[in-house]
Write a protein that binds this ligand. Structure first.
Ligand SMILES: Cc1cc2nc3c(=O)[nH]c(=O)nc-3n(C[C@H](O)[C@H](O)[C@H](O)COP(=O)(O)OP(=O)(O)OC[C@H]3O[C@@H](n4cnc5c(N)ncnc54)[C@H](O)[C@@H]3O)c2cc1C
Ligand code: SF4
Length: 542
């Protein structure tokens, strides 16, 4: 923990140290700003990750709470309320944010993904184009280290790949063959991982398959192994962990003046001053913080004159399949651990109406670790015959997760509930969400289409989702950007329309959300916002 001198005023206070806050801190400190980075979670070094521990090493055999508990302290999952259809949201509390145990699949949004309003008319266009964001994608891709192959697809633009991804394994190769027969492309994954090369603080992948439990060697890009060291090296960063921001302070002139945070270890409150405040807490916690920062001048919360803070919550509708590819059943055991998914299905259908819905879907293949038969608990039987069956089936396991677009709708929202507070007396977030007809129609088509691949590969299905689930840790849209202050919270540079020295830089800023994973775009928006702040500081506008 670093000491924050009382009375000092920072140029910028960044709240949250995930990929968004990490890029903000790196870019701003490199441009000479004195940055205070406040992170609610603790630092959990890689040697404390539980990725390589076997189930029998845990009292409860390695539940999510046992493996990931350090990333989600204070029973945070309980301090939230939900209404409507069953969905889950991800609110991590650790230095590095969710990049600490993410899967690092990085997909550029396509040209059409920024102009869905012009295409189908149900949502607005983004106030920026693919051409504007493309150089920022390139810049981010070079820093994070991205593998991939050039495919020349309009729906999934190629990135700046430093090398090829790991080869597809048997089940992925058979799926690609089946996809060809159905006209469905199956291409190599695009992932921010080091493969046959290293970087400062990062070693090459050893294909253990535990990417989503935390990569101990740093082959997977994280904010902590790449961005924060670069920010620290400037000498301009002050980092404080366990600092949960309770509210953003504002003055009577309508400007942000700093923040008040509670130290989670001592439970003491501290107030610090900053000329600019950047909120990078994720699409649930960012609106929560803005709404909890209401003041006399801003009775409905900060940046909320449009009443849009928290609205237009969206994410991905998921359909999961587990099955056994018959030609691979009974094969001798072989090492197929890999780096989780080595293949993806990019969107191959137009986002226009025509199949009874608008939007598209894609999929990831073999996304869970392969060294342990997670599927065995779904099989009937026991004893020696059961074990023999599990062994026979393990080489044939084929997992697929489909990700479908969800329409951004006003009524799907995050609010705060002053009547319910967490252990620090901070009102908890409440998520109101329902699927609409379009979401369900798209999801149903996605499930039927992906299931077809299983039929063609001759796969025995073990698990198939019967209802859409959301959001795969891909929440977005709760402080949307735009050019009209009445119809948006932020301008195209993630700056609040209402409070000029307040920025919200994370998935909250998304206007619409296609079927692609969000984080590459979140990081590109962060670089864009940081460059805007740097220029505004230079000209004296901020
Ligand atoms: C298992 C898993 C797999 C994933 N796989 C992928 C993938 O393959 N591709 C992809 O694009 N995305 C993936 N994601 C999602 C991705 O991790 C997130 O999109 C990304 O981390 C968002 O970055 P962020 O900086 O906006 O927010 P976060 O990473 O959530 O960081 C927000 C930070 O803010 C802190 N914070 C919150 N509130 C406060 C407060 N009041 N005061 C101080 N600090 C606060 C939190 O502690 C946290 O560290 C995955 C996520 C998970 C969990
Ligand atoms: S498979 Fe590679 S990238 Fe994934 S956790 Fe293991 S070493 Fe890291």
């Amino acid at each position: 923990m670093e000491v924050v001198r009382q009375g000092s005023t920072f140029d910028v206070c960044v709240i949250g140290s995930g990929p968004a806050g990490g890029f903000m801190a790196k870019e701003l400190t490199e441009a000479g700003a004195k940055v205070l980075l406040l992170e609610a979670g603790a630092e959990v070094p890689p040697d404390q990750f539980a990725a390589h521990r076997w189930p029998y090493e845990f009292p409860l055999r390695g539940t999510h709470a046992e493996r990931q508990g350090k990333f989600y302290p204070d029973a945070i999952a309980k301090h939230i309320a939900f209404k409507g259809d069953a969905v889950s949201v991800d609110r991590i509390r650790v230095l590095g944010g969710r990049s600490t145990h993410w899967n690092a699949v990085c997909l550029r949004f396509a040209e059409d993904d920024f102009r869905e309003g012009s295409i189908h008319g149900l949502e607005p266009d983004w106030p920026l184009t693919y051409q504007e964001i493309a150089p920022l994608y390139s810049y981010v891709e070079r820093i994070i280290g991205l593998v991939g192959t050039r495919e020349h697809l309009a729906a999934l633009p190629d990135g700046e790949f430093y090398g090829p991804p790991p080869k597809m394994r048997c089940a992925e190769t058979l799926t690609r063959k089946a996809g060809r027969a159905l006209g469905i492309p199956v291409i190599p994954v695009r992932k921010a991982m080091l493969h046959r090369r290293s970087a400062p603080g990062r070693l090459p992948c050893h294909f253990c398959g535990h990417c989503m439990q935390g990569c101990e060697v740093g082959a997977i890009f994280t904010s902590t192994n790449t961005l924060l060291p670069l920010a620290r090296a400037t000498g301009n960063l002050t980092l404080r962990t366990n600092a949960l921001v309770r509210r953003i302070e504002t003055n009577t002139e309508g400007r942000a003046t700093g923040v008040t945070f509670v130290d989670r270890t001592t439970r003491e409150d501290h107030t610090v001053s900053a000329r600019i405040v950047v909120v990078s807490c994720g699409a649930v916690e960012s609106p929560r913080l803005l709404l909890n920062s209401a003041a006399t001048r801003f009775p409905n919360g900060l940046a909320n004159s449009s009443d849009l803070v928290g609205r237009y919550l969206t994410g991905h509708a998921i359909a999961q399949f587990h099955g056994y590819v018959k030609p691979l059943m009974g094969h001798p055991p072989r090492n197929e651990d890999g780096a989780t998914d080595h293949a993806i299905i990019p969107r191959f259908r137009a986002i226009k109406a025509g199949r009874g819905y608008v939007g598209g879907f894609g999929a990831q293949l073999q996304y869970a670790s392969r060294d342990y038969p997670h599927h065995a608990r779904h099989l009937p039987g026991y004893g020696a015959a059961f074990k023999k069956r599990v062994r026979e089936l393990q080489p044939a396991l084929m997992q697929m997760g489909g990700y479908a677009k969800v329409l951004a709708r006003r009524e799907n929202r995050v609010t705060v509930d002053p009547a319910q507070q967490d252990q620090h007396s901070i009102p908890i977030p409440r998520v109101d969400f329902t699927w609409c007809d379009n979401d369900r129609a798209l999801w149903t088509d996605m499930r039927a289409t992906l299931e077809e691949i299983y039929h063609v590969t001759g796969t025995e299905l073990l698990i198939r989702d019967e209802q859409p689930t959301g959001f795969a840790s891909h929440e977005t849209g709760t402080c949307r950007m735009g050019t009209d202050p009445k119809a948006s919270v932020l301008n195209p540079f993630c700056q609040s329309h209402d409070i000029p020295n307040l920025f919200v830089v994370d998935g909250s800023a998304f206007v619409t959300f296609p079927e692609k994973n969000p984080t590459l775009t979140i990081m590109a928006l962060a670089v864009r916002a940081a460059r805007y702040i740097t220029e505004a500081r230079r000209t004296g506008d901020l």
